[in-house]
Design a protein around this ligand. Structure first.
Ligand code: ATP
Ligand code: MG
Length: 565
């Protein structure tokens, strides 16, 4: 049984919260969510979960979901990322039916609200440096120390804050802090920073602002400005919820106060799903870029050939729980395989070619070997995909692995004296071979049985294996790239160490000179086909005749389940 045949077992804690709110009539039955990426990198598989949760909840409850760029940090954000995120979101299956929103559009409102908190004596300008401020926060069971600037009068704070905005002060010289409680047991409430001075150029507001809101000061308020009801975020923000509520509780909101609910981050074995770490892979040249097929970014997975539907089904299968857990990458791959099995056309390709010559193949009137057209099924899973004609003649390629001069035990493929089936063509029997001085087989001789045309014998004779082949005279040369895990360890870095210590040095194998059946020259960029017996392969979006192996054919997930049961 493949993964997608099973009903989801995971709970959906977020759905339960929303259902309860609707029953109680909170928010007047309204449901509004948002997906709030920071435009400082590309979307990855973890974001796919956040996207399916937010857009999925909105769809299930007849609500709306906005895309809001959390663009509050001018240092790391770029307009290019905005475009890429929009494109990736559409590819994943969530094209926007409304304009994207930007936290930077609320800078003025946020600023006004900050002045309001200053007037209420709930915020103050601190002139200490960042290091001092963070040292004074104390720790769990360790008291905080109040800033000497904490008691400053509201008018003086207001004047300073306005000068911060005007650009009178250097980066890092002043911050605006909320005045909450330096002894609070939740560190988030020990007078958190609301604004810092940044000289950077913002991708949308340019040089207009000299001060920028922190995530915590911007996030809940942005939700409130938009009328978000359920602010869904990952568990690490659990301790921020009290601050989220504190800010909102002191402001005149246009809508009811939104409510933050947390869910578990998505983590996968052999994978890192954090932009910062993925950026390091790109920057240090471990991978070829954000869309390297080994990357767990949506662009990487797409180039690798992962159908977006498979990603969505995987996310829905694992559900939304409140405990962090790491899912087996084989489970995701199983969804990919199940999806592709239904839609991918079957083709033949020989990655490591070994030439085979039929010694009894007929010669035509023109003195040339006869060429026959064999009818092969395009997809046994879908009769609508029909058949294709594939040229077969007296010389063809098989995989080097599919012939052994001296077969090991239980080897059922071609070996001297043994008969095998060539998929959709003929039965052939090996009669001899050539080898070079190293003993490497360079050519195999076979005879064929003309009565087995199409690959079946009239006398019901059985053979133990069916092999793929590509006609030598018709083959097109191409390149296939095989991928292995990017990280050898199931948990890269074992949670606390450096994940980069677990990098797989040979995560990619490039095979040039693969022999492809001619139909593979017509595959659309990005299309995924099954190379018979070898796996699913995605045509590169840019380079013709370059194929990336998406996944192999064996269901590793089923194996894991057998092992665990
Ligand atoms: P990263 O740690 O990769 O930098 P982030 O949380 O800083 O991620 P954002 O762009 O701020 O990246 O994320 C946008 C949304 O996606 C947030 O709501 C965040 O909670 C969610 N998200 C990010 N990573 C994951 C993940 N691994 N699993 C589930 N949701 C995630
Ligand atoms: Mg973030």
């Amino acid at each position: 049984m493949s993964a997608s045949d099973q009903t989801p077992v995971a709970s959906n804690s977020v759905r339960e919260v929303v259902t309860a709110d609707i029953e109680r009539g909170t928010f007047g039955g309204r449901v509004q969510t948002r997906f709030p990426p920071e435009p400082n990198g590309y979307l990855h598989i973890g974001h796919a979960k956040a996207i399916t949760v937010n857009f999925g909840i909105a769809a299930d409850f007849d609500g709306t979901c906005n895309l809001r760029f959390d663009d509050t940090n001018p240092d790391t954000e770029e307009a290019d990322y905005v475009d890429a995120i929009l494109a990736d979101l559409a590819w994943l299956g969530y094209p926007l039916d409304r304009a994207a929103l930007f936290a930077s559009d609320y800078f003025e409102q946020l600023y006004e609200w900050a002045e309001l908190l200053i007037e209420k004596e709930l915020a103050y300008v601190d002139e200490q440096d960042g290091e001092t401020i963070s040292a004074q926060r104390g720790g769990y069971g360790k008291p905080g120390i109040e800033s000497p600037f904490r008691a400053r009068a509201a008018e003086e704070n207001l004047a300073l804050f306005r000068r911060m905005r005007a650009g009178d002060f250097a980066d890092g010289s002043h911050v605006l802090r909320a005045k909450i409680d330096m002894q609070h047991e939740n560190m988030q409430l020990r007078d958190p920073v609301m604004y810092r001075i940044r000289a950077g150029h913002h991708h949308r507001t340019g040089d207009q602002w000299k001060i920028y809101p922190t995530y915590d000061w911007a996030h809940g308020q942005s939700d409130a400005i938009e009328g978000v009801t359920h602010s869904l975020c990952t568990l690490e923000f659990d301790s921020h919820r009290a601050l989220y509520d504190w800010y909102l509780g002191h402001l005149p909101l246009p809508f009811e106060k939104p409510c933050q609910t947390e869910f578990a981050r998505l983590e996968l074995t052999h994978t890192i799903a954090s932009k910062r770490k993925l950026m390091r892979l790109v920057d240090d040249g471990t991978v070829d870029g954000w869309d390297d097929p080994r990357m767990p970014t949506l662009r990487g997975l797409r180039r690798r050939g992962y159908p977006s539907l498979a990603i969505r089904e995987f996310c829905s299968f694992i559900g939304v729980a409140r405990t962090n857990s790491r899912h087996q990458i084989e489970l995701l791959e199983s969804f990919v395989r199940t999806n592709l099995n239904k839609v991918a056309l079957r083709r033949m390709a020989v990655l490591r070619p070994l030439k085979v010559v039929i010694t009894n193949w007929p010669v035509g009137d023109d003195g040339e070997p006869v060429v026959e057209l064999m009818e092969l099924n395009n997809n046994p899973e879908n009769a609508d995909d029909g058949t294709r004609m594939v040229a077969f003649t007296g010389e063809f390629y098989i995989e080097q692995d599919d012939f052994r001069a001296e077969p090991p035990p239980k080897y059922y493929r071609l070996t001297p004296g043994r008969e095998v089936r060539l998929r959709g063509a003929y039965f052939v029997t090996a009669t001899g071979f050539e080898a070079d001085t190293d003993g490497q087989v360079t050519e195999v001789r076979v005879t064929y049985d003309p009565d087995t045309r199409g690959g079946s014998s009239p006398d019901g004779r059985k053979v133990k294996s069916t092999m793929h082949w590509v006609s030598a005279a018709h083959a097109v040369d191409g390149t296939a790239v095989l991928y292995d895990r990017l990280f050898t360890a199931e948990v890269p870095g074992d949670e606390t160490g450096d994940p980069f210590d677990d990098l797989n040095e040979s995560s990619r194998e490039i095979i040039m000179g693969a022999k492809l059946e001619p139909a593979l020259g017509d595959v659309e960029p990005g299309q995924v086909v099954q190379f018979e017996r070898l796996g699913y392969f995605a045509a590169d979006p840019r380079e013709r005749l370059l194929f990336h192996r998406t996944v192999g054919l064996r269901d590793e997930w089923a194996k894991i389940q057998r092992r665990n049961s």
